[in-house]
Design a protein around this ligand. Sequence first.
Ligand code: NAD
Length: 291
Amino acid sequence: MLVLDGKIASHAIKESLKTQVASIVQSGKRAPHLAAILVGNNGASETYVASKVKNCAEIGFESTLIRLEANVTEAVLLATIEELNNNDLIDGILVQLPLPKHISEQKVIEAINPHKDVDGFHPTSAGKLVQGLPTFIPATPYGIVLMLEHFNITTKGKHAVIIGRSNIVGRPMSILLSSNSPFGNCTVTICHSHTPNLKDICLQGDILVAALGRPEFVTADMVKDGAVVIDVGITRVEDASAKKGFRIKGDVAYNEVALKASAITPVPGGVGLMTIAGLLKNTLQAYLSNE
Ligand code: NAD
């Protein structure tokens, strides 16, 4: 059984990005610049944004973190995005989700200039992805494809089963794996909360992607022998014995599923790290096409 270690795969990608940025800067040009907007102080969002900023610094990108109060108005947030859209020194913009209830996430996503949409959530990016055109691929599915590529896991002709149909993970994952591309050409089944016989469908998956946000939902009896199991889930589960008072759990019961899988991603240390690698690659792509 192969552990699909996100530390190893993301390190390789970051080293390559670091080299590219160094040569850009050596040639006298500015470094790529990512702007992140964080609204409020949700603990998980704080952690994700801090990690994105830290990773930018590690590979030589500039980054700007804009923090807005939880009660900021939608209008102020949209105006902040517009300023970044108009700033030629900013290549990529991301707004950390979720947003407070009084702000429309859809409006915010649509306010980002598609040329700077490094999260790949804008309808323009999503539409291009569906049509197989070059675009920003949402960072998590992109990171998963990069992970498969790093570990030489072939997808052609395989049956991929995806649990979850969100716009940020499940749906774009289904498009990538079914596309006519080196890490596509799967037959894809996408499952969701209204799917009957979920276990029977999961048992058919040569590749099983769990992205539903329910800790340890996928158990060994749902997994085909030799399947490649990708665990996207990240849930904070209270645990008084843990230093922070919680533990991070994936959507897969790792210990038992690992005995059946041919390859599996750990949580933490798997897809989460690849998501950041995907975001960094998108930011470099935005920079290069802005030049
Ligand atoms: P979401 O809540 O938007 O979507 C969940 C999906 O799962 C929905 O489509 C729903 O229909 C489906 N679902 C829920 N319960 C189900 C069930 N019992 N059976 C079948 N399908 C079911 O979530 P999301 O934003 O796609 O995130 C999913 C998980 O992935 C969360 O734990 C999230 O924290 C995590 N996540 C991780 C990363 C990463 O970098 N590793 C990135 C994004 C999201």
